[in-house]
Design a protein around this ligand. Sequence first.
Ligand code: SF4
Length: 393
Amino acid sequence: MSFASVLEYWSADRVRERISLSSERDVERALSKEELTETDVCALLSEAARPWLEAMAQLAHRRTRRFFGRTIGLYAPLYISNICGADCVYCGYAVRSGSKLKRLTLTEAEIRRECEALAARGFQHVLLLTGEAPRAVPVSYIEKAVSLAREYFASVSIEVYALDEDEYRRLVYAGLDGVTLYMETYDRETYARVHLKGRKRDYAYRLDAIERAGKAGVRRLSIGALLGLYDWRIDGFWAMLHARYLQKACWQSAISMSFPRLIHTPPRFRVVNPLSDRDLVQLMLAARLFLPEVGFNLSTRERASLRDRLIPLGVTMMSAGSSTRPGGYSTHGEETLEQFEIEDTRSPAEVAEAIRKAGYDPVWKDFDAAFVDDQVGWVGSCVEGSTDDENHS
Ligand code: SF4
């Protein structure tokens, strides 16, 4: 069974109804369980759960500690290109964003300089990012960038346009460890409304991309919905279902989720479904209780004070000292176009200190590079059809 058929069963109407019919008794029942059903998580996402956020937070804290201990991994995004042929209306890189700032793709020498700058700050885990420009930034370029980055870092992930399975496999051979790919929104109509140009318009191709990465042997798979595009409760619920589906379908990969919230957007786009800090906290807590073994990533999109408060509630990875423009760490300063403005502008050392203050250990490197090398040649981890009907309970 594909994830598309899981989504078909959990239609927006069905999810909305379950959430709106949830009572405080349903919330209490959900909180008394070790393993939550889809109906339980609907209760935790509902208005009825609002008075229970403190209890949810305590439980989420205990469950995260049980599965992840007292560690928070640190990573840095590294933008290697800001050229994009797609037109996603919420994004600063969109081909029709109207920005006149410089667009470029880093040379090999520039990628090395960026890697050196990040390695000097202590990072051992890097996320390479591009726009959607398969001609200007082909898979061969990403492959080269991955192998260059592997000379500096124990773990290299990518957040690029959706690829075929063979292309992901090629990157695994080059040393790729992780793929981050947000569906942005799982709601088809909204998806079509905000993605106006490029391959990204193909909803089905994007929806299955992360599973293709798992089949190709990518060890870390990270997903999320771009919060603010659609009803956060429903998109958040679908993202959780996706994570649970991947846990079964790609059982040899580690699954993680992000909760990116649209805050700074280009002038032409207004966030129609904004969510408050409280909404974000409720969503993360519900997700933690539904998915205790899934890692949670928290980026510098959120402000420092909120990030610090979220640390004990389920976060397992944080970015720090981020730049969202190519060459932002070493070569091109402020001259290139950035994807979005970050909120937490603290240095990596300051973020590490905040993690320590919260009683956690910041971890720059969470596994040995040799382990990744052992994975090269390992064939895909996804078991087709392994997701059973439990998802439809
Ligand atoms: S979200 Fe990605 S594909 Fe869309 S415009 Fe931005 S960089 Fe391009």
